[in-house]
Design a protein around this ligand. Structure first.
Ligand SMILES: Nc1nc2c(c(=O)[nH]1)N[C@H]1C(S)=C(S)[C@@H](COP(=O)(O)OP(=O)(O)OC[C@H]3O[C@@H](n4cnc5c(=O)[nH]c(N)nc54)[C@H](O)[C@@H]3O)O[C@H]1N2
Ligand SMILES: Nc1nc2c(c(=O)[nH]1)N[C@H]1C(S)=C(S)[C@@H](COP(=O)(O)OP(=O)(O)OC[C@H]3O[C@@H](n4cnc5c(=O)[nH]c(N)nc54)[C@H](O)[C@@H]3O)O[C@H]1N2
Ligand SMILES: [Mo]
Length: 770
């Protein structure tokens, strides 16, 4: 059975703005989950999927990377946005060769991401030949030949770029990086470069491993939880249940955010009777409405207050035993923190001295502190330094490597952390490459490859000409949309392994291929029978995921099969990697993983345990810090923040409640009260007065960027509706990806090279003013 997609696209004149909500979830969330599920999948598939979501014998949610609660799983271990993610993937709507015959690429390029995604699952491999106006069907074997021919024709393997999004399973990711390294390049940009790269860079330097150090039971046991730069009500809704449990055990929660996000304020658990009829639970005890980019100053100011409190009662605040035994660089940090000027901190953060003192008090009283964060900290110029400054606070208090305490970067894509563990990284350490080479008899290149921003530069400059994407929507996820469009158009070949149609299929190289693939919910049958895959969540738990739906088309291939078939075409028979055997039986891939990837020993057995297994984490497990000093390193980077120039605003680009990254599920950002459209910009009442604008005004948003050579570049998006909203003066917010054209390619975080999506200098020009 197939379903036809609604044909209308977004009509921004339908936009309605109402009051924002002060709570997340509740019965409305259940109603929306069911409605979206049934609309896309029908009742049968809805019944086949939702009850199996995140269950031990089910499949891992293709939404976020929040872990399941070990042991006691609830009958419904999913949230509204998880249900939407499943509906989006398991939809019965299809994009067939007839669809491509009826719509030219030029026509599709005029549609929004919303319209494209709604058309349904891709059913056939398709090719866009040089100069052609339409995609036409192509056989799988011919598609592999086209790719292999182009790759082999390159003067050097480094002229190819292989992107990965974070839904790819461990098995597919492991083989994909093996194929790429066998081919001879480390050009492996991934979505993580735009996401938690700053966390990885910061934590690797500070504690010796780029992953978080806590588990769900730790969160439930903590007595203080900081949530900085994260909107869990929308992006990690199941986290709210964990936070509610923590509160039940007496935890205090402090939210640090420019916006009063609904999920941070109050949560009504739809699975509890009190959550349906009652007023719900207040999640945050304190809400620090911080200025964009002010977090480093906040954390350093708190550091000074902690040190002063320790002066007053020596040995009660700073955990000297921990610092002496396990840390390096404390003296330098202490000097920097003591030197910080509180006027600067208040100016950078927009907070009051009372708020600072109360937060410091909470930290001092706490015996078990956890710090959680997401994109609000990572996508800043000084994101790495900010996360290190937060880490300093926890180190000073000895809050790592003990129950109920630690660092919690909350990951995005459901397997983004696993993909990295499996080797998807442009600068994997030599030890990993050595063991990969030993296992497979290949010689991996040691030269580091291109990350996302550098890959765009290379394609723009003609230095890379073949682009292959394992999932994702590179064109829309990346900054500087016009620059990325140019970059992709200059390629000889662009290849997208995808489940759904998106804009990366319609802005292409000279030749373009769409290779349709199975998703997490689909049954995966190979020569060796039915296969399962595995993933790693945000807390380093590795477990199985078993899809059970009949794929919407018999032409879909698994990501594993696509990689292996392409590799066989590329390397020919007799290659030292047994590609055919690996794709026939994924246990063989896991056996190889167990020999190559540290911590994955005995993978097949351990991943089949009820909750899977946890990867090692030396700081968490043994207070061991595998850094270059052998200790946890305090950092004392130069203090940075983001003042708004006169007459300008600092813009953050973020997610609505009705999207998954570039996939727009619907047009209802319910918690923020925006419905029917997406081209809005949230501005404070104080700025509206100062700028002479009113709620409802129409403006062009223009970003201003001073390039390296001193010229001021402008980028513009047209006709946005101004929404008066609670955000600090000088700050604004708008949705991604509509505002990605505003973000300069060179506007990146120090060290992590992550695009700065949360601090873009803009001015607002009333429409028709010039
Ligand atoms: N439903 C749904 N779930 C998702 C996703 C999705 O799109 N939809 N995306 C997934 C992915 S890949 C990721 S990475 C995560 C993203 O999860 P989030 O990081 O929660 O996503 P954003 O919408 O970017 O929200 C950033 C939050 O940080 C705040 N913020 C912005 N700048 C600053 C700052 O300078 N300081 C502070 N303290 N706060 C700031 C914003 O107000 C906002 O609340 O979610 C994952 N889960
Ligand atoms: N301005 C701005 N830009 C941002 C961000 C921001 O906050 N602001 N956030 C950044 C972040 S955190 C991230 S993670 C990136 C996200 O970047 P990406 O991961 O590249 O983008 P997605 O929108 O998640 O990708 C959606 C596409 O993935 C494909 N897909 C879905 N499931 C599967 C699957 O199982 N297999 C395969 N092969 N394909 C699949 C579908 O075709 C779908 O169209 O965007 C970044 N860009
Ligand atoms: Mo992300």
């Amino acid at each position: 059975m197939t379903r036809t997609a609604p044909s209308q696209d977004i009509d921004e004149s339908d936009l309605v703005v109402t009051h924002p909500k002060d709570h997340a979830a509740g019965v409305k969330a259940v109603a929306v989950s069911m409605q979206r599920a049934v609309e896309q999948m029908g009742t049968v598939r809805t019944a086949q999927t939702l009850p199996r979501l995140n269950q031990r014998h089910g499949f891992d949610c293709p939404g976020c990377a929040w872990p399941e609660t070990p042991g006691h799983r609830k009958p419904a271990e999913f949230c509204e946005n998880g249900a939407k993610a499943v509906a989006e993937e398991a939809t019965l709507r299809t994009v067939t060769p007839e669809f491509f015959a009826a719509h030219s690429v030029a026509e599709l390029a005029g549609k929004t991401d919303f319209w494209l995604g709604r058309q349904g699952r891709l059913t056939h491999p398709m090719v866009l030949r040089p100069g052609a106006s339409h995609y036409t069907p192509i056989g799988w074997d011919e598609a592999y030949r086209v790719i292999a021919d182009e790759l082999r024709a390159l003067p050097t393997p480094d002229q190819a770029v292989f992107y990965t999004s974070g839904r790819t399973s461990n098995e597919a990711a492991f083989l994909y990086q093996l194929m790429i390294r066998s081919f001879g390049t480390n050009n492996m940009p991934d979505c993580s470069n735009m996401c938690h790269e700053s966390s990885g860079s910061a934590l690797s330097e500070s504690i010796g491993i780029g992953k978080g150090s806590v588990t769900v039971p730790d969160l439930e046991f903590a007595d203080l939880i900081l949530i900085a730069g994260q909107n869990p009500g929308t992006n990690h809704p199941r986290m709210l249940s964990t936070l509610e449990a923590a509160k039940g055990n007496g935890a205090k929660i402090i939210a640090i955010n420019p916006l009063p996000e609904a999920g941070l304020l109050r949560f009504k658990d739809p699975q509890k009777i009190g959550g349906v009829v009652g007023r719900g639970v207040d999640i945050a005890d304190e809400f620090l409405q911080i200025r964009l980019g002010g977090d480093m100053a906040l954390f350093r100011g708190l550091g000074r207050l902690l040190l002063e409190a320790d002066d007053a009662a020596p040995g009660t605040v700073v955990d000297r035993a921990f610092v002496d035994a396990h840390c390096a660089g404390f003296d330098e940090y202490e000097r920097a923190a003591r030197a910080v000027d509180f006027d600067t901190v208040l100016d950078a953060t927009g907070l009051t001295m009372t708020q600072l003192r109360e937060t410091a008090e909470a930290l001092i009283r706490s015996e078990r502190t956890i710090a959680c964060w997401a994109m609000g900290l990572t996508q800043q110029t000084h994101g790495v330094a900010t996360i290190q400054e937060l880490t300093n606070l926890l180190l000073m208090r000895g809050m790592i490597g003990k129950p109920g305490a630690g660092l919690c970067p909350v990951r995005g894509h459901s397997n983004v952390q696993g993909d990295r563990t499996m080797g998807i990284w442009e600068k994997m350490p030599d030890a990993f490459l050595d063991s990969l080479d030993r296992e497979f008899g290949i010689t991996s290149p040691r030269k580091h490859g291109l990350d996302t921003v550098d890959a765009i530069r290379a394609m723009r400059d003609g230095e890379a000409t073949v682009f292959v994407a394992m999932g994702g929507n590179f064109l829309r996820a990346t900054p500087d949309t016009a620059a990325t469009e140019d970059a992709l158009r200059r390629c000889r070949l662009t290849v997208q392994v995808s489940t759904k149609l998106n804009r990366s299929h319609v802005v292409t190289g000279e030749t373009a291929l769409i290779l349709p693939t199975l998703g997490r919910t689909d049954k995966d049958i190979q020569a060796g029978g039915k296969q399962v895959v595995s993933v790693e969540d945000s807390m380093s738990m590795v477990h199985l995921s078993r899809g059970n739906l009949t794929p919407v088309s018999e032409h879909l291939r698994s990501e594993v099969a696509i990689v292996c078939d392409l590799a066989r075409e590329l390397f020919g028979a007799g290659h030292s990697v047994p590609w055919a055997a690996l794709s026939a039986d994924y246990d063989r891939i896991r056996d190889a993983i167990s020999r190559v990837v540290p911590g994955c020993e005995n993978y097949n057995e351990r991943v089949r345990r009820p909750d899977g297994f946890q990867l090692p984490h030396p700081p968490r497990d043994r207070r061991e810090f595998p850094t270059h000093t052998g200790k946890a390193n305090f950092a004392a980077g130069e203090l940075r923040w983001v003042p708004a120039p006169p007459g300008r605003l600092i813009l953050q680009t973020m997610r609505s409640h009705d999207q998954y990254n570039t996939t727009i599920y619907g047009l209802d950002d319910r918690y923020r009260g925006v419905k029917g459209g997406r081209r809005v910009i949230f501005v404070s009442a104080a700025d509206l007065v100062e700028l002479g604008l009113i709620d409802g005004a129409r403006v062009d948003v223009v970003s201003e960027w001073t390039a390296a050579d001193g010229t001021v570049e402008e980028r513009r998006v047209h006709d946005f509706r101004v929404v008066e909203y609670s955000t600090p003066k000088g700050n604004a917010a708008a949705y991604y990806p509509e505002t990605n054209p505003l973000i300069p390619l060179d506007h990146v975080a120090a060290k992590s090279n992550t695009p700065v999506s949360k601090a873009v200098v803009v001015r607002l020009e009333p429409v028709g003013s010039n």
